[in-house]
Design a protein around this ligand. Structure first.
Ligand code: 1HE
Length: 268
């Protein structure tokens, strides 16, 4: 099926929305500013996810031009008061949380700069595919500022607070292969192959039942963050809800009657 425009009202020009079957695409479309994230773009991300049709099962997020995102639009920072900066940061939290704990998994396809707020945005996605050109950095320390898009919460959960501290104190960059090894990306692909891989993953994920994907996105991170007794309890409830669904029962039957694929190891 060809990709077609996804009709979501009031999207700014810096966000491109498309769909192909039950997969939706969100592209950061501000390449002239290296997809730097300004208030309009944050608002566009919010509008996009709020307007996603119910039949969409996964989203692929990528950036136009040579870079995924150069992070926060620094030109806006110079005009904010302290209290406005707090609200600005809290707004990023709200918008990124809404899709991280939303209804459908988001696969980020990363290339070029994935820096500052761009890395914070990528960290809110559920799966990250890095092309060889991708590199990761947190230049906030160098700029005399601090992460504000949820980075302190999400990035240590991926790579540990110690590594993040080094990235912020020194401004060092990590290449795509290092990013893969340390957990910033889940998959590494040749230049130009990111979207293909992202779509393949999105299609795979879209085949899961909605309730399983919901549990993975919403219960798993909360269990991982929380106390053990509460975690065991939430896990049991989630497992019972998921396996009790009609769709799960029919999938289990398919396996037992030898109609479903086995969980074999392949080159994947
Ligand atoms: C920008 C931004 C930006 C580019 N805000 N305008 N992020 C950073 O510290 C990274 C800043 N950007 C860069 O280091 C470089 O732009 C790149 C390495 C990403 C790309 O380099 P290059 O040579 O391809 O592009 P360029 O010539 O630097 O930039 C092209 C234009 O984009 C130029 O504007 P022009 O009007 O002169 O053409 C740049 O000014 C503009 N541009 N990046 C504003 N970030 C929620 S808190 C998060 C805190 C952070 O994210 S801190 C990290 C900020």
């Amino acid at each position: 099926m060809p990709r077609t425009k996804l009709d979501i009202k009031n999207l700014p020009a810096s966000v491109t929305a498309e769909r192909d079957g039950d997969i939706a695409f969100l592209r950061l479309s501000r390449p002239e500013k290296r997809n730097a994230i300004n208030d309009t773009l944050v608002g566009g991300i919010e509008t996009y996810f709020a307007g996603l049709p119910e039949d969409i099962r996964a989203v692929v997020l990528s950036g136009d031009g040579d870079h995924f995102s150069a992070g926060l639009d620094l030109s806006e920072l110079t005009v904010r008061t302290t209290v406005e900066s707090v609200h600005h940061s809290r707004n990023w939290h709200r918008v990124f949380d809404a899709f991280e704990f939303g209804k459908v998994p988001v696969v980020a396809v990363l290339h070029g700069a994935v820096v500052g707020g761009g890395l914070e945005l990528a960290a809110a996605c559920h799966i990250r595919v890095a092309e060889q050109s991708a590199y990761f950095a947190l230049p906030e320390g160098v700029r005399g500022i601090y992460v504000g898009g949820g980075g302190s919460v999400r990035i240590p959960r991926l790579i540990g607070a110690s590594r993040m501290m080094d990235m912020m104190l020194t401004g060092r960059t990590y290449g795509a292969e290092e990013g893969l090894a340390m957990g910033l990306a889940h998959y590494l692909v040749e230049p130009g192959k990111g979207l293909e891989k992202g779509i393949e993953i999105a299609k795979r994920v879209a085949e899961n039942t909605r309730i399983t994907n919901y549990a993975i996105m919403n219960a798993l991170p909360r269990i991982a963050d929380g106390d053990r007794p509460g975690g065991y309890m939430m896990e049991s409830l989630m497992a019972a809800i998921a396996s009790g669904s009609e769709e799960a029962q029919s999938r289990l039957k398919d396996f037992l009657e030898k109609r479903a694929p086995k969980a074999l190891h392949n080159k994947g």
